[in-house]
Design a protein around this ligand. Structure first.
Ligand code: ZN
Length: 333
């Protein structure tokens, strides 16, 4: 949503909330199980070492296999505590050659050698972790919430579901053009977040050639269309966007044009003066980026006509293709 870093989350979550009590108990249980895990693992490692069938034993055998996962027998790769690896230490190179072929090489294309970081806005788990995402983080210019819940359509389709779906489609489209693609988080991989500071850091540390944060807006009905948010020129604390303002604008303009073409959507009718471009200085994800980066608000989830598009898988594919085409244009494809 547009006011990502400033709007209050829909759920206030008082301590009388029964869901919250349930969650606290569940957390305690998880912590308890986590505390037991190292002891179990230690026991297994000891057993494997004594029996001589552990992963290290098979690697140090007379005909040790390459460490690559693709050359490992299924039983070896999926070995669980207590099981016996199926690969024999005497496995010959000829047997290894008959193993399943390695994964196909990445596609060659206009983005070969380029790295793109795709940031699916919010996280479906944020609604259950308001204490965690409300923690304040330093975005250079000021302090803000670590992350926000995002918005939903009137029928309950979450912005975080939308952003993850479009991001995965975008990843597929970019990889088909040869790009290396990094998502800032994956479905279910973490219960909440990441914080906006970490989202920015992932793009920086990947030395991304382009970064796109995917969102949908949540404003009143009748406001329609998409817009791209560009970083303002800010310099304060860890925020210094001077070097990315220019290239980020070019990236944003490329995406705006292609997104309008593939989706048929118009630039937002409620901000940006019909350009589909807005500059903001209050988003940590932009202020802390050292790589060319934009946010895209794909439409307004609270408008019935826009929501009908946002909830359509076919439309989301067009949206992802438009963003991908814009990135290809920006990176010189
Ligand atoms: Zn958002």
């Amino acid at each position: 949503m547009r006011n990502d870093d400033s709007s209050p989350p829909p759920e206030s979550g008082s301590s009388a909330d029964p869901d919250r009590h349930w969650f606290t108990r569940r957390s305690t249980l998880v912590v308890g199980i986590a505390a037991l895990a190292p002891a179990c693992l230690a026991g297994w490692v000891l057993t494997q070492a004594l029996s001589g069938t552990g992963p290290d034993a098979s690697r140090s055998g007379p005909a040790a296999q390459p460490a690559s996962h693709s050359s490992m027998a299924p039983g070896q790769r999926d070995a669980k505590p207590g099981s016996t690896p199926t690969a024999s230490p005497t496995t010959s190179p000829t047997t290894t050659a008959a193993a399943p072929a390695p994964a196909p090489a990445p596609a060659k294309g206009p983005l070969t050698g380029k790295t793109v970081v795709v940031d699916p806005g919010h996280n479906t788990g944020n609604f259950k972790h308001t204490d965690e995402i409300d923690q304040q983080v330093d975005i250079g210019t000021n302090r803000k919430e670590c992350d926000t819940t995002g918005t939903t359509t009137n029928s309950g389709y979450m912005e975080a579901e939308f952003t993850m779906d479009v991001s995965k489609r975008l990843r597929t489209a970019l990889e088909a053009q040869g790009a290396k693609v990094v998502l800032t988080h994956e479905t279910g991989a973490r219960p909440w977040g990441p914080c906006i500071t970490e989202r920015a850091r992932i793009g920086n540390e990947a030395n991304a050639d382009a970064v796109v944060s995917v969102h949908a807006d949540g404003v009143s009905a009748g406001n329609r269309g998409f817009h791209i948010i560009l970083p303002a020129n800010v310099k304060s604390g860890a925020a210094d966007t001077a070097k990315i303002v220019g290239p980020s604008r070019e990236l944003g303009e490329r995406i705006a044009g292609n997104f309008a073409r593939t989706t048929g959507s118009a630039p937002a009718n409620y901000l940006g003066g019909g350009t589909g471009l807005v500059v903001r200085d209050d988003l940590g994800g932009l202020n802390l980026s050292t790589r060319p980066k934009v946010f895209i608000e794909c439409g307004n989830m609270r408008d019935a006509k826009d929501a009908a598009q946002l909830t359509s898988p076919e439309w989301r594919q067009k949206a992802a293709q438009g963003i991908a085409d814009g990135i290809v244009g920006f990176l010189g494809g």
